[in-house]
Design a protein around this ligand. Structure first.
Ligand SMILES: Nc1ncnc2c1ncn2[C@@H]1O[C@H](COP(=O)(O)OP(=O)(O)OP(=O)(O)O)[C@@H](O)[C@H]1O
Ligand SMILES: [Mg+2]
Length: 394
């Protein structure tokens, strides 16, 4: 092969290596791996024995060997090179200009750094690794053999260093972004945790008040009202508990959304523990919904199940209690909620549209309206059946 075609094939190989590294630089997410790969490929492209990626440590005004190939085992991560103008790498760093030194021993511009002397380096070429944050460091190729680095080598190495600079910047930005997202998630969870704790305090205060109300006039009625209030507060606390527990997790979870299933399951489990005569069965379709939607749904389930516990199976006629079913499903972009039992059924004259005299039904009607839901009471079984269809956003 003549010199001209040998040179051409070298440049073609360098092009291929540059584009290979370009792809790796876009994909990677570890700066050390990236720097090491850069050093290997750059040495290969230059047909050189040594290559190193030096990071500029501003506080110490020195260059640290972060990655490299050809060097003694204790060099990478430890050896340092002067960042002053008298070292070739320092010169490239401080002036931003590529530096070729084909005869280090005879140099009057530079001294030979100790590391280079120890490895018998005869010639070196240095280019700046730079990005929007400023100078990251220097990419250097060295060789112990006679030969000449030239302008075309500078072009190859500078192309390499530019890709590297961009990739380091992207990785830094991404890791900052990841850290910011993790922090935001942590803060949001912390807030939900505090809200949940505060609501738990309110609930226990209501329980305490209920206990002391028993002694007063109308004791039983006040006590029952306070117990109901406590269970409503607990239903809301449950949403914040889920927000805290579930966090935003991994993947495509949307902040402020919760998984409906564990929320309703926990809610019914809590209601079950206060109603040992009955069997609460909860069947929930997997669905993530906004906390703002989960709160009224939780309150509705709380009201309807509490009613079934109170009225479906009167102690006198049905001492063994019975089943109370909570079921959610998705149908035509709507969330369908059914609460049903096999008990005595709703009173003959019960009309959901007009049953607004008692607080429970008023709460239910208001929440339904707030959700834009339709609420019906199909008479399709022996017991009571409440059917709610909630339009889902989007
Ligand atoms: N599952 C059910 N089975 C039988 N009757 C029911 C059922 N749910 C509700 N009812 C009837 O509907 C009435 C209205 O319920 P509502 O929740 O409004 O009132 P409440 O439970 O008596 O009081 P509050 O909920 O305000 O503490 C009840 O008094 C009861 O007669
Ligand atoms: Mg009620």
């Amino acid at each position: 092969m003549d010199t001209c075609s040998a040179d051409l094939s070298l440049r073609l190989r360098q092009q291929a290596i540059l584009s290979e590294f370009g792809v790796e630089a876009l994909r990677g997410d570890d700066v050390d791996v990236l720097l090491q790969r850069a050093a290997e490929l750059c040495a290969e492209g230059m047909g050189a024995q040594f290559c190193k990626a030096l990071e500029y440590l501003r506080a110490e005004d020195t260059l640290l060997v972060r990655a490299g190939i050809g060097w003694a085992p204790d060099v990478i991560g430890r050896a340092r090179v002067g960042a002053d103008l008298a070292s070739p790498a320092g010169f490239a760093l401080k002036t931003g200009r590529p530096v070729i030194s084909n005869h280090l021993a005879e140099e009057t511009r530079f001294r030979t750094p100790q590391l280079m002397a120890e490895h018998g380096i005869r010639r070196a070429i240095n280019v700046l690794i730079e990005n929007r944050d400023g100078a990251f460091g220097v990419l250097e190729v060295d060789d112990t053999r006679e030969g000449m680095f030239g302008e075309a080598d500078i072009a190859f190495m500078q192309g390499f260093a530019n890709l590297l600079g961009g990739a380091i910047e992207r990785q830094r930005t991404e890791s900052l972004l990841r850290a910011a997202l993790a922090r935001q998630d942590l803060l949001a969870r912390e807030m939900s945790h505090r809200v949940k704790n505060s609501l738990a305090i309110v609930a226990s205060l209501l329980a305490l008040q209920a206990r002391s109300a028993e002694a007063g006039p109308d004791g039983e009625a006040v006590r029952a009202a306070l117990i109901d209030a406590r269970s409503r507060v607990e239903a809301i606390a449950g949403v914040h508990d889920q927000l805290w527990r579930q966090g935003d997790g991994e993947g495509d979870a949307v902040p402020g959304e919760i998984d409906l299933a564990p929320f309703l399951q926990t809610l019914t489990a809590n209601l079950q523990s206060g109603a040992p005569r009955h069997r609460l069965v909860c069947t929930v379709a997997p669905l993530r919904i906004a906390a703002d939607l989960a709160i009224p749904i939780g309150l509705l389930v709380n009201e309807l199940v509490t009613n079934a516990i109170k009225y479906a199976y009167p102690e006198a006629s049905r001492p063994a209690g019975g089943e109370i079913r909570v079921r959610t499903a998705l149908a035509e972009g709507r969330l369908v909620l059914d609460v049903a039992d096999d008990g005595v059924g709703l009173p003959e004259d019960f009309d959901i549209a007009r049953a607004t005299r008692s607080l429970g039904m008023r709460v239910i009607a208001n929440l339904g309206r707030q959700l834009g839901a339709t609420l019906t009471t199909p008479r399709d079984g022996p017991g009571a059946h409440f059917h709610l269809a909630v339009p889902l956003p989007g």
